[in-house]
Design a protein around this ligand. Structure first.
Ligand SMILES: Cc1cc2nc3c(=O)[nH]c(=O)nc-3n(C[C@H](O)[C@H](O)[C@H](O)COP(=O)(O)OP(=O)(O)OC[C@H]3O[C@@H](n4cnc5c(N)ncnc54)[C@H](O)[C@@H]3O)c2cc1C
Ligand SMILES: NC(=O)C1=CN([C@@H]2O[C@H](COP(=O)(O)OP(=O)(O)OC[C@H]3O[C@@H](n4cnc5c(N)ncnc54)[C@H](OP(=O)(O)O)[C@@H]3O)[C@@H](O)[C@H]2O)C=CC1
Ligand SMILES: O=C(O)C(=O)Cc1c[nH]c2ccccc12
Length: 422
């Protein structure tokens, strides 16, 4: 199957209309069921395997790491140095660069899965998971009309499960290309075009740079404040330097230092229409999860006038955008770099662990990984791959304890249960 066919197949399986069938098969899983085969699900499966616990991964797409394989742009690299993005128990190959490319990261994940003999069940989108208190077990239903029955459920569907696209008046009238960054591959198709990129997180900033590099003319909608930091300062990665400084200094002071060096390196970003939030970048990340932009060259294009900054959008008309300041401008295309959301509230029938509003665990970091009745979450820390690795290790330790105790006492009768795992 080639890349495009895989993407089509992935999208078809995301279609909620194909779900809704009644379970026709029932499968007993002796170990945990992990929902999602991204880096978090793979890390959890590997840590469990190391402890002798076999798990089953259910993945809605037809490949591992579908976010990375199907829903990211070509020029993407990890933006934190590789040592902060490794999964547990197996590091990156030493010949990888400091910031591995998307293809290298995918290759790493594929060899990770192979090394730990992890074989997810692909094309199994979980549409409902519920704890059956009469059995003391979870019932996990997928779009292939299968019900998996298990003692533990590990939610690994990610912070980026669904694209967020704002509803804007007149969208139907616009007529030009409109897409979310999750479907953007390269600026090649926008050569010579005027493109409006909405949202100035890491995706929006980098897509603007990519558009410039492909001779398109991007404008960037910035409706709020934003922290932009150079990806590297003083010859070190900004992230690595911050982590090191945080060992010795309070976060407020580290933020001040980051802002001083950023000012020296980038200048006063307000002059280019990018005001900074009142709270420092690390404090803001800790409190709200909002990631600072790690600049890889976009700011220079803003300074040179190759990328224009625009305020929020009021409404759209045919090939036209009306901004909140009254400006009216023609565009050929709009790219929404407006972020992602968790999909947990759509399928997990549970009231305690996850917030119904945002689909994240309610308990703050570092305690969000464990819920009640054998329910766990991996990769919802707003701390990238490093956070996911921490969760995976904690979960494996916790389940191992339970697994060993249950192996000794064998508390539930298998004869009560339907057909065993195939
Ligand atoms: C463009 C981009 C770049 C990033 N770069 C970095 C970086 O450099 N460093 C860093 O630390 N973090 C980075 N992140 C953060 C990102 O969250 C992690 O890289 C990582 O992909 C998270 O892994 P995950 O397994 O939690 O989620 P995902 O990678 O999203 O994997 C979740 C999996 O669950 C599957 N799934 C979802 N719903 C269901 C369902 N109902 N049933 C079955 N399967 C389901 C999905 O198909 C997917 O395969 C980046 C994020 C993005 C969007
Ligand atoms: N490795 C790498 O190089 C990359 C990493 N990433 C990571 O992926 C994750 C997702 O990033 P990203 O896709 O950028 O999403 P983010 O959620 O980080 O950013 C979304 C942006 O869109 C803005 N926005 C949302 N709605 C609107 C609207 N209606 N009008 C105008 N602006 C709007 C938000 O602004 P506001 O604050 O006003 O809500 C915010 O600036 C992050 O963790 C990021 O760090 C992403 C790309 C590259
Ligand atoms: O890429 C992301 O979104 C991450 O969450 C990685 C990350 C965790 N903490 C940070 C602080 C500054 C920049 C990126 C991150």
């Amino acid at each position: 199957m080639d890349y495009c066919e895989r993407e089509q197949e992935g999208k078809r399986l995301h279609d909620p209309l194909i779900s809704g069938k009644k379970a026709e098969r029932c499968v007993w899983v002796p170990g945990p069921v992990i929902v999602g085969a991204g880096p978090s699900g793979l890390a959890a499966a590997a840590c469990l395997k190391e402890k002798g616990v076999a798990s089953v991964i259910l993945e809605r797409s037809n490949c591992i790491a579908s976010l990375w394989q199907l829903n990211t742009y070509d020029r993407l690299r990890l933006h934190l140095p590789k040592q902060f993005c490794e999964l547990p128990l197996m590091g990156f190959p030493s010949n990888f660069p400091t910031y591995p490319t998307k293809q290298q990261f995918i290759r790493y994940l594929e060899s990770y899965a192979e090394h730990f003999a992890i074989q997810p069940r692909f094309n199994e989108a979980v549409k409902e998971a519920e704890f059956d208190s009469s059995l003391g077990l979870w019932r996990v239903k997928t779009t292939t009309a299968t019900e998996f029955v298990c003692r533990w459920v590990i939610v690994a569907t990610g912070e980026n499960a669904e694209a967020v696209v704002p509803e804007i008046e007149g969208t139907g009238e616009f007529g030009g290309t409109i897409k979310h960054t999750s479907l953007y591959k390269s600026g090649g198709e926008f050569k010579g075009k005027k493109v409006l990129v909405v949202g100035c997180g890491n995706s929006g900033m980098e897509v603007c740079l990519d558009l410039c590099n492909h001779n398109a003319t991007p404008s960037l909608v910035v409706r709020d404040t934003v922290h932009i930091l150079p990806r590297e300062m003083l010859g070190k990665s900004t992230f690595g330097l911050s982590m090191w400084l945080l060992k010795w200094l309070p976060i407020q002071l580290v933020d001040r230092l980051l802002l001083i060096v950023s000012w020296l390196m980038l200048g006063n970003t307000s002059r280019f229409g990018l005001d900074r939030p009142p709270l420092g970048p690390l404090q803001l990340k800790n409190l709200s999860g909002k990631t600072p932009v790690l600049d890889v060259g976009t700011l220079a294009k803003i300074k040179s006038g190759h990328i224009m900054i625009r305020p929020g959008i009021k409404r759209l008309r045919r090939h036209t955008v009306e901004f909140v300041d009254g400006r009216i401008e023609k565009f050929d295309a709009i790219i929404f770099a407006t972020g992602y959301k968790s999909n947990v509230p759509y399928w997990l029938k549970e009231g305690d662990m996850f917030s119904k509003e945002d689909g994240y665990p309610k308990k703050p970091f570092p305690n969000g990984w464990k819920g009640e009745n054998g329910l766990y979450a991996v990769g919802f820390t707003k701390r990238g791959l490093l956070g996911a690795s921490m969760d995976a290790k904690n979960i494996a330790k916790d389940i191992e304890r339970c697994w060993k105790a249950e192996a000794k006492h064998s508390t539930f009768s298998l004869s009560l249960l339907p057909q065993s795992v195939s």
